[in-house]
Design a protein. Sequence first.
Length: 419
Amino acid sequence: MNETDVVIVGYGPGGQALAGLLSRKGWRVVAVERYPALFNLARAGHVDHEALRMVQSITDPTEYLAKLWEVRGDYVWLNQNGQTIMLQPEHDVGENAASGFYSDFSQWQPDLEATLDRGAREAGADVRLGWECVAIRQDESGVDVELAKMKLEDGGLRRDGETASIRARYVVGVDGANSFVRQALGIQREDLNFDERWLVCDMETLQPLAFSPNIGQICDPLRPRMLMPLGRRHRRFEWMVLPHESTEEMERPETCWRLLQEFGVTPESHRIARNVVYRFQARIAESWRDRRVLLAGDAAHTMPPFAGQGMLSSLRDANNLAWKLDFVLRGLAPESLLNTYEQERRAHVRAWTEISLAEGRVSCEVDAGKAAERDQRLLSGEKLPAPHPPRIESGVVPGVESPYASPLAGTLGIQGRVR
């Protein structure tokens, strides 16, 4: 049996970031992922200055930065008549973002994953692709993790009979919305009552086209839809799947090409990289820690994509958890410090989820009468509350009654550029 300090189950951006951060602090980290290679297709399209700051703390982000598309105030919400009913609610925008980068970008997620993977491996993380976590048993001193080797066969994953065991001091499940780790712990999720199917079509750009809008939600009750660049060489289109439409029907390439006619997209200008129906849901695990096993990312919380904060929340989880695990492993803090991880992150995630739900309700209205009322309100000047980044107000942060309290406590510190 191998022994290590931390096993990370799941190797998407959150798992990669956690592996890189812990390895850079000198800990033995094993990251396991059931797929035999990095998932070379996009999921999250938005990245912000805070995320870039986390990438910077793991590896040099220069090459990755060159592939991003700056979102310079061109994200609009249109009604079915093409009128602008809302601009994307702004928060910490433009050149003056707190982390020293431009505030918001669109990305092709494989570029981020390649960057974080490189940083984690350079820092010494033991990355094991093609291994699935199949059992977890913990005691007072550690956690035994059972793994099964996976292989691709007939278009699906199959176990090939090889197994392995690892004993770790801590385990973190960053293994997605259908998390095995969460289910193995028997942790239930709170359902915030949002469940919509959307067809997501990601395209490789062969010939540049001009789109109007370049980035936008088209809030048409006949079929809500969205378009945006994904970095500099790809583009995403999304359409709500209506109740009478099947997932199989919508995932056919010919369905995508038919819907893309509206935007003037043809096989000569773009190539389909992936077309898949997603279920946009909002669920939060009732607990994010069971003794020596913790949850992060989609394993702990899922939210609709309208505010672009799902993957970013996973990176924040990793950032928060990494320094706390480091302090506990080094004996500089008691194990109870790990309880502040959920205290701090839950409220922050909940706030972003509520913001995302509010924006989703604008976009997903399919009742023509209610959509007309929505348009009238927004065209008359009604605005959604500006989604200022939530402040951390519990956990390690000193309360207002503490002699160590500060007006800036719980907010993101400035990383300025210095001449």
